[in-house]
Design a binder for this molecule. Structure first.
Ligand code: TYM
Length: 332
C-alpha cells in the first residue's frame, strides 16, 4: 500500500476548510492507503501558545478527526512531538535548506507581515519540518488544501536534493485531493480570504458550532445582490456556498440553486436557509461525537500512544538510512 501523511496544527477549532481540504480526503484514503495522520503540535509552537491550553487543543483535534470518520483501527493517529525521530531528521535536513529559499516562501512572508514582533527561526524553517513529517514516513501522497501546495513543492525539492547528494532514499510526495484540484474554501464574509481558524468567528463554520450558530452564520453569509445573471459566472461568494452545498445537500438541491442562478431567479435567502438545515444535519453528529470523545481522555491517550509507536517504528527506519547515507554510522 502507498503511504500517506498529513497533519493539522492544534491552533483552534477545526472548521469547514479543514474538513474540505484535508479530512474529507483522509476518510476516503483510509480505505485504500497506509495512512499516517498527526496533530502538528511542534508546528503550533511558532506562535507561542499558552502551555496550559496545548493539551486540550491537541486532544480536540484528535477527537474531531475521529468524530469526522477516521477509524483508529485503520489509520495511524499521533502527535508529532511523540516522534522524536522527526526532530533529528529535521536537524539533518536543515543543512540542505537555504536561507534565501526559505525567506521567499509566501507563508513565511505573510507571518513576517502579521507578527513582525515574533519572526523566529522556527517560522523560517517551518517548511523543512513539514517536509520531514512527510519524508520520514516515505509518503507519496499528502492530502491537503490549496494553501499547502507550495510547501509540498518544497518537500519534493528537499527530497531530490538529499537523494542527489547522498543517495536515493525519499520518494517525492505530491499534494492530493480526490477532486483533482486542491481545495480552497473561502471565508463566509465574501472578502475572498480563505476560511481559517483565526478568522472572524462569524465567517468561519466550525465542526463544533451549535445548530443555532450554524444557521445564523449561514444566514449572514455574503452572497450577491440581485438574483443571478444568465450567462455570467457566479461571484466567488456564491460559488463558494455552492461548493459547500455539494458536501452536505442532495445533488438535486445543488442543481436547483445552480439552475436558479443561471435563470436569474435565485433567492439567496432560501438557498442559505436550506444550506443551514443541511449543514446542521451534517455537523450535529460530528460535534456530538467529538464532545463525547473529549470526555474520555483515556481512550484518546491510548489511540495516540499506539499511533506514536507505529509512526516511530516506521520513521526510525528512514532516519537510520539517512544517518548511514550521510556517514553518521561510526559503529559499522
Ligand atoms: P493547518 O493546520 O493550517 O490546516 C490543516 C489542513 O486544512 C487545510 N485547510 C484548508 N483547505 C481548504 N480551504 C481552507 N480554507 C483551508 N484551511 C485549512 C490545510 O490545507 C491543511 O491540509 N502546515 C500544515 C500542517 C502540517 C502538515 C504537515 C500537513 C504540518 N506538517 C505535513 C501535511 C503534511 C498546516 O498548517 O495546516
Amino acid at each position: 500500500k502507498e503511504i500517506v501523511v498529513s497533519g493539522i496544527r492544534p491552533t483552534g477549532y477545526l472548521h469547514l476548510g479543514n474538513y474540505f481540504g484535508a479530512i474529507r480526503n483522509y476518510i476516503r484514503m483510509q480505505e485504500e492507503f497506509d495512512c499516517y495522520f498527526f496533530v502538528a503540535d511542534w508546528h503550533s509552537l511558532t506562535t507561542h501558545p499558552n502551555p496550559k491550553d496545548l493539551q486540550a487543543n491537541v486532544m480536540r483535534v484528535l477527537a474531531e478527526n475521529i468524530a469526522s470518520g477516521l477509524d483508529p483501527e485503520k489509520v495511524t493517529l499521533y502527535a508529532q512531538s511523540h516522534v522524536p525521530e522527526i526532530a533529528e531528521l529535521y536537524l539533518l535536513m536543515n543543512m540542505l535548506a537555504y536561507k534565501g529559499e526559505l525567506e521567499k516562501v509566501p507563508t513565511f512572508k505573510d507571518k513576517v507581515r502579521l507578527q513582525p514582533e515574533n519572526v523566529n527561526a522556527g517560522l523560517l524553517t517551518y517548511p523543512v519540518l513539514m517536509s520531514v513529517d512527510i519524508l520520514i514516513q516515505r509518503a507519496v501522497k499528502v492530502p491537503v488544501g490549496k494553501d499547502q501546495g507550495q510547501h509540498l513543492e518544497m518537500a519534493r525539492n528537499f527530497a531530490q536534493r538529499f537523494n542527489n547528494r547522498y543517495g536515493n532514499l525519499f520518494p517525492e510526495p505530491v499534494a492530493f485531493n480526490y477532486g483533482d484540484n486542491l481545495v480552497r474554501i473561502l471565508s463566509l464574509d465574501g472578502k475572498g480570504g480563505k476560511m481559517s481558524k483565526s478568522e472572524n468567528e462569524m465567517s468561519t463554520l466550525y465542526l463544533s458550532d451549535s445548530d443555532e450558530q450554524i444557521r445564523q452564520k449561514l444566514k449572514k453569509a455574503k452572497t450577491d445582490s440581485g438574483s443571478g445573471v444568465p450567462g455570467e459566472p457566479m461571484p466567488e461568494s456564491v460559488s463558494n456556498l455552492i461548493e459547500i452545498m455539494k458536501l452536505v445537500s442532495t445533488p438535486d438541491t445543488v442543481q436547483f440553486y445552480t439552475d436558479a442562478f443561471n435563470a436569474g431567479t435565485i433567492r439567496y435567502g432560501d438557498m442559505k436557509t436550506q444550506l443551514g438545515e443541511d449543514m446542521v444535519k451534517f455537523i450535529t453528529p460530528i460535534r456530538e461525537k467529538a464532545k463525547g470523545l473529549q470526555e474520555d481522555p483515556t481512550y484518546l491517550r491510548k489511540i495516540m500512544k499506539e499511533g506514536a509507536e507505529k509512526a516511530r517504528a516506521n520513521a526510525a527506519q528512514t532516519l537510520q538510512q539517512a544517518r548511514n547515507l550521510m556517514g553518521l554510522n561510526y559503529f559499522e
